[in-house]
Design a protein around this ligand. Sequence first.
Ligand code: GDP
Length: 297
Amino acid sequence: MAFEGLTDRLQKALSGLRRKGKVTDADLRETMREIRLALLEADVNFKVVKDFVRSVREKAAGAKVLDGLNPAQQIVSIVNDELTAMMGESAVELNKSPKIPTVIMMVGLQGAGKTTTAGKLALKLKNEQNARPLMIAADVYRPAAIDQLKSLGEQIDVPVFDMGTDVNPRDIVKAGMEKAAELKSDYVFIDAAGRLQIDEELMQELADVKDIAQPDEIMLVVDAMTGQNAVETAEGFNNRLDITGVVLTKLDGDTRGGAALSIRAVTGKPIKFVGQGEKMTDLDIFYPDRMASRILG
Ligand code: GDP
C-alpha cells in the first residue's frame, strides 16, 4: 500500500509529542524536524515541505498551542489540516459542459494509465449518470494502444472511434468529434498520445488536438510510482496545455507517494481521482481530507 513509510514516520514523530504532558518549544522544533525529514524522504517536493512546515509552525504559534490544554493533540490536528490543504482542501468534480458533449482529453506519459483511466471514467459516468460516452483512439504511437482501448470499450460497452494508426491524430479527433455529434454522445474521451518523456513534437500535437476539440477537461494522468519525476511531468504538461485536473494512478502499489501529493501545491491544479487497481471499477474520487487521515494513520 502507498504511504506506508510516511505513515510510520509521521506516527513516530507525533507519538513522541503525545507522550509528553507539557510540550516545550524545543519539543515542537524537534517534532517539526522529524516531520520535515519524513516528508522529504517520501518524495514530497522540497518547496512544498518548506511551506508546510512554516505553516504548521505559524498556526501553532498563533493558536498558542503550547500554552493550552492538550498541545500534542492540537499539533496533530494542525498537521492534519495542513496536509489536507496541501492536497487541495475538498474534492473537485469533473468539469461539465452546459451543452453536450462534455469533452475530456486524457494526457500523460506512456504507461501512466491514460487508456485504462479513460475506460474507468467512462464506466463510472455510465453507471452513475446513465451517460452515453464515446472514446476516441488518438494514441497512434504506442503499439496496441488502439486495440487496448477497443477491448476496454467492449468490456464496458462503450463505443470507440478509431481510424487505425496511419492517420494523423488531429484528423482522427476532428472525425471523432463529428461521430460524437452523430451519436449524440454526452461525453467524449480523447485518448491522446503519450511518450516516454515530454518532447516538443508531442506537446505541439496535444496543443493542436486541444484547439480542435476544445476540451472542457484536460486530465493529466500521473503514475504515483514515478517519484520526483511526477512533479516535473505535471509542470511540463501544465505549462504547455493548462491542464484542468489530475488523476493519480497506481496508488495501490508500494509507492512513497509524496511526489504525486505535491502536484496540487506545485501546479495549483486539483487531483480529481485516484486509481487504485487494474480493474475497471478501481477508480475513486480524491478526497484530500480522507487522504490526509490515511497518511497520518
Ligand atoms: P497509457 O500508456 O497511459 O495509456 O497506460 P495504460 O492505460 O496502458 O496503463 C499502463 C499499465 O498500468 C496497464 O497495465 C494498466 O493496467 C496499469 N494501471 C493503470 N492504472 C492503474 C492503477 O491504478 N493501479 C494499477 N495497479 N495498475 C494500473
